[in-house]
Write a protein that binds this ligand. Structure first.
Ligand code: AMP
Length: 280
């Protein structure tokens, strides 16, 4: 049985009795197979597994996006049960941010480009809530999706700098058969937009193929990805990036591990995806 706790004190009491190591999977709910893959990895590595379900208001830079974010707690809890989780922490907002809360965790350079530039304040909200969750849960391991590659980098930097001992583990992106990365936001796509959305993956693979063939110019690879996106009339690209894999600075020439990443709007729905390039 998965035990659901909603307050800090219930959480503390539940954790006191749990065998270690403890694995944490932070989520905003509307769980899908991407979340399930993190839960499975957490279960494989740990004696106790906990997920958090919290739609964090502070990481939404648009009020409408927060209001429209899909929610279905009963369905989420059934998935947690199905995955054999021991605990779910699903707190109300004032249990995470009690009255008088007035601290923001701001990570430096790695939080500024890409999603940081496109969504002002987003990573402050992410780093703040994850610092609180890491502190409240005190897990040995925490699991995040590579789908949000910059988020993983921001959280690693935050945990290192704040001396939080939880180890951050990145897990592979889970995709639909046509290549679209699973995302809670996919539910907002119209049928036409859903049919168009795999263009993100095609663009990233076009970039990867060029790189695999020896191309090392950032501009050439950005142009190739943009050209694939331009073939899809419903796709409105927000950024097309070839960035350093450690700093996320845009690259003129790819000489080190790099990250290809995209943010593309389909109507009101904004999708992101990425592809890491290793060193060969
Ligand atoms: P979210 O509920 O969207 O905040 O996501 C919770 C966690 O699940 C984050 O670490 C995400 O990176 C991860 N995640 C979301 N989508 C996927 C996916 N398609 N594959 C793997 N992990 C994912």
């Amino acid at each position: 049985m998965t035990r659901v706790v909603r307050t800090r004190s219930e959480l503390r009491e539940a954790l006191a009795a749990c065998p270690r190591p403890l694995g944490l999977v932070p989520t905003m709910g509307w769980l899908h197979d991407g979340h399930r893959s993190l839960m499975r990895r957490a279960r494989a590595d740990n004696a106790t597994t906990i997920a958090t379900i919290f739609v964090n208001p502070r990481q939404f830079n648009e009020a409408a996006d927060f209001q429209q974010y899909p929610r279905n707690e009963a369905r989420d809890l059934a998935i947690c049960e199905d995955e054999g989780l021991d605990l779910v922490f699903a707190p109300p907002v004032d249990e995470v941010y009690p009255a008088g809360f007035d601290t923001l965790v701001t990570v430096g350079a790695v939080s500024r480009p890409l999603e940081g530039a496109a969504r002002p304040g987003h990573f402050d909200g992410v780093a703040t809530v994850v610092a609180i969750l890491f502190d409240l849960v005190g897990a040995e391991h925490a699991y995040f999706g590579q789908k949000d590659a910059q988020q993983v980098m921001v959280i690693r930097q935050m945990a290192r700098d704040l001396a939080i001992p939880t180890q951050v583990i990145a897990c592979p992106t889970v995709r639909e058969p046509d290549g679209l990365a699973l995302s809670s936001r996919n539910v907002h796509l119209s049928p036409d937009e859903r049919a168009a959305a795999p263009v993100l993956r095609r663009a990233l693979l076009a970039g990867r193929d060029l790189w695999a063939g020896g191309e090392r110019s950032g501009d050439a690879i950005r142009a190739a990805m943009a050209a694939v996106l331009a073939e899809e009339p419903l796709a409105n690209p927000e950024y097309v990036s070839v960035a350093d894999g450690l700093t996320l600075a845009e690259l003129e020439t790819i000489e080190r591990p790099a990250l290809l990443s995209l943010a593309v709007r389909f109507g009101a729905t904004r999708l992101i995806d990425n592809e890491p390039l290793g060193l060969d």
